[in-house]
Design a protein around this ligand. Structure first.
Ligand code: AMP
Length: 294
């Protein structure tokens, strides 16, 4: 695997079909599953590692975001990536950001409503990554289901030739969705955090037993987290998987998302629902590499 810090250098290394895996680094099995999906489908897999300041609405979260490029290089190489691009902030934003990308509607509810400017930052950096690497395929996790809808919309609206591929949520053995931010949870907070996925799993059971009442399903999703000390739920919402517009009924493809603060850490999780079937994601059968697992 080659490691570079500019798009110019990356483009010299691209051969055949290109799969892009954008990340903010501190890789875990969620990211590695995206890299493996890309390796299976594209001739060259490019992983980007960039903690994008534009998408942080909270400066403390940006400062505290875990970073370890040497570790990321080792993990991405082991997962089969061909190129890792780790651009500097000055390279990505040599000037004050003048041009930004805003995706109407898709970014309005849920994360967009709670994190002002977040999706403009996401859409702008993803547009730069697409322009810089010209991928045929780009891989995103369904944990960030609204982000996936937003990226699919921007790729289509801005005529990028890229196919956007959504990948399953990878979970710890107890259900917690893998996130680099989990590292900032204390032991008690880490235990409390499982209430997010536990609620989603309760909601999944209701859907699978034929319940279609959205208030009941969403209520089940947030009940565990609401009842857990130290967890402040920001929202639980059912939305259309393509438009990310909140939905009042189960029809077509939907995602059920939950977001909560646990201490200083903000976590999100989601499951995908289609025709009464639920994609819960994939639990690991061992602790993730975030917790010292193999
Ligand atoms: P991040 O580094 O958190 O910005 O995430 C980079 C990509 O990895 C995004 O497409 C995320 O949706 C995806 N991702 C993060 N965590 C997971 C997970 N637990 N399972 C699957 N994909 C994930």
């Amino acid at each position: 695997m080659k490691v570079v810090d500019t798009f110019e250098a990356a483009r010299e290394l691209l051969e055949g079909s290109v799969g892009l895996v954008p990340t903010m680094g501190f890789l875990h099995e969620g990211h590695l599953s995206l890299i493996e999906a890309s390796v299976a489908r594209a001739e060259t897999t490019v992983v980007t590692v960039f903690v994008n300041p534009l998408q942080f609405d909270d400066g403390g979260d940006l400062d505290d975001y875990p970073r370890d490029l040497e570790r990321d290089i080792r993990l991405a190489a082991d997962a089969g990536a061909s190129v890792l691009v780790a651009p500097t902030r000055d390279y990505m934003y040599p000037t004050r950001p003048r041009t930004s990308v805003m995706v109407d509607e898709v970014g309005d509810a849920m994360e967009g409503a709670r994190r002002p400017g977040h999706f403009i930052g996401v859409a702008t950096v993803v547009t730069k990554l697409f322009a810089g690497t010209d991928p045929d395929l780009a891989f995103f996790g369904r944990k960030d289901a609204q982000q996936l809808a937003l990226v699919s919309t921007l790729a289509s609206d801005l005529s990028f030739k890229v196919d956007i591929v959504g990948c399953p949520v990878i979970r710890e053995h107890d259900g917690l969705a893998l996130s680099s931010r989990n590292l900032r949870l204390s032991d008690d907070e880490r235990r409390a955090a499982t209430s997010l996925s536990a609620g989603l799993m309760q909601a999944a059971l209701l859907v699978e037993t034929g319940v279609v009442d959205v208030a009941e399903i969403v209520g089940a999703a947030r009940r565990m987290a609401d009842a857990t000390d130290g967890v402040q739920v920001e929202y639980a919402e059912l939305a259309d998987a393509h438009s990310a517009v909140p939905a009042g009924e189960l029809a077509g493809r939907r995602f059920l998302a939950i977001a909560a603060r646990i201490g200083d850490v903000r976590l999100i999780d989601s499951i995908t629902i289609e025709d009464g079937a639920v994609d819960r994601g994939v639990p690991l059968d061992h602790p993730s590499i975030l917790y010292g697992g193999a």
